[in-house]
Design a binder for this molecule. Sequence first.
Ligand SMILES: Cc1cc2nc3c(=O)[nH]c(=O)nc-3n(C[C@H](O)[C@H](O)[C@H](O)COP(=O)(O)OP(=O)(O)OC[C@H]3O[C@@H](n4cnc5c(N)ncnc54)[C@H](O)[C@@H]3O)c2cc1C
Length: 399
Amino acid sequence: MTRTVLISGAGIAGSVLAYWLSRAGFAPTVVERAPDLRRSGGHAVDLAGVAVEVVERMGLLSAVQDARVRRDSVVFQRRRGRPLRMPRLSASVSDRHVEIQRDDLVSILYDAAAPNAEYVFGDAVAAVGDAEEGVSVEFEKSPPRTFDLVIGADGLHSRIRRLTFGAEDRFRNDLGAYLSVYSYPNSLGLDREVLSHVCADRAAFTYAVDGGRRARALLLFREGRTPGVELSRAQQLDMLRGAFGGIEHLIPPPLSGAETADDFYFDSISQIRMETWSRGRVTLVGDAAYSPGPAVGGGTALAVLGAHVLAGELARAGDDHRAAYERTERVMSAPVAQSRKVGPSALAQLVPRNRVAAWCTPHLMKLLTRLPRSVTLALFSLQGSDKQTLEDFSSETVG
Ligand SMILES: Cc1cc2nc3c(=O)[nH]c(=O)nc-3n(C[C@H](O)[C@H](O)[C@H](O)COP(=O)(O)OP(=O)(O)OC[C@H]3O[C@@H](n4cnc5c(N)ncnc54)[C@H](O)[C@@H]3O)c2cc1C
């Protein structure tokens, strides 16, 4: 009998998993809380190392490369003096590296997975009852169903994690900062440059998206106090105004854009640390299991790799999901541990702690763009998935 798998979350990990599971002979159902994928939002994310290889094995490398972000300079706005313009540095930080808007990547992965998976939008899991013979699942809207396996790919604030392992704060390690991303009309006439302003505890970036019709803002700020994750949008906007209101004349993106954006994203920069990601027939993948922190730890590449490994191990293990879950945790432990180390240091570079460090940031970046490529690779090839080798599961099927 075909084995049924419920995946909660149609983000990066969810669709990579659905694609590989259906190829291996499973019947995946993906339930996504959002009503659809349009304007799912988000900043540019990085695919590097073996994550690029996974995408290539899915036959999606050219689609991903066609959609990649093309920007050629970073302009640092400064309090005094002329703006500092420098060539982009990201191309030099990994041997295989693609920078792509999260919403573009999500829809490319969805298009690849959807023909062979059932997708249910606008619904969410309300309860899971794990038993020897299967997992009974109640939904917020759809009638209850039973699945052979349930996998939480529902991000940093995973509901499957909460229902299966307990409250989020047991596993969340806040790095003391927040990020917000939103789109607004391209009133600044941005083209292929990134405008930025970096000062103590705050950093603001903006660049054109949607062929120049709109621009996207990325704001990061330190905030020691963590007022919990269940903030309303009004509270999130208050925090943004508190952090950037006093320097609004210096930062390139308008704060007012955050109020009306249809793709407003706001989250704490937090890591998820768990001793195990699996219990019974339920497991977690991507940010739900091991978020290294949005914007700072290579979480997208890790989610792609983790979903590929989990699907491959499930296909190889046949009926023995326990063995597959154990092997997945073993294979992923090194890249996950590595990615955890990256977050705090990347955050320190992105959002300097004081004025001296803020002054140094553009100068350091300029220096890095002048270093030989072998040196920048050695310095920055830090993302957890970069050093992993990829197993070939293509001949594994359960059918
Ligand atoms: C809207 C959005 C914007 C983002 N923007 C950025 C960004 O700008 N910078 C950055 O570094 N990271 C961002 N991230 C996080 C980044 O995408 C992930 O860190 C990374 O790609 C890992 O992917 P993932 O698939 O594990 O999780 P995610 O990409 O977070 O995907 C999780 C999916 O699960 C869905 N979901 C959540 N709860 C439920 C539920 N209860 N039931 C069903 N579905 C649920 C979400 O809508 C989402 O589609 C964003 C995530 C989201 C959801």
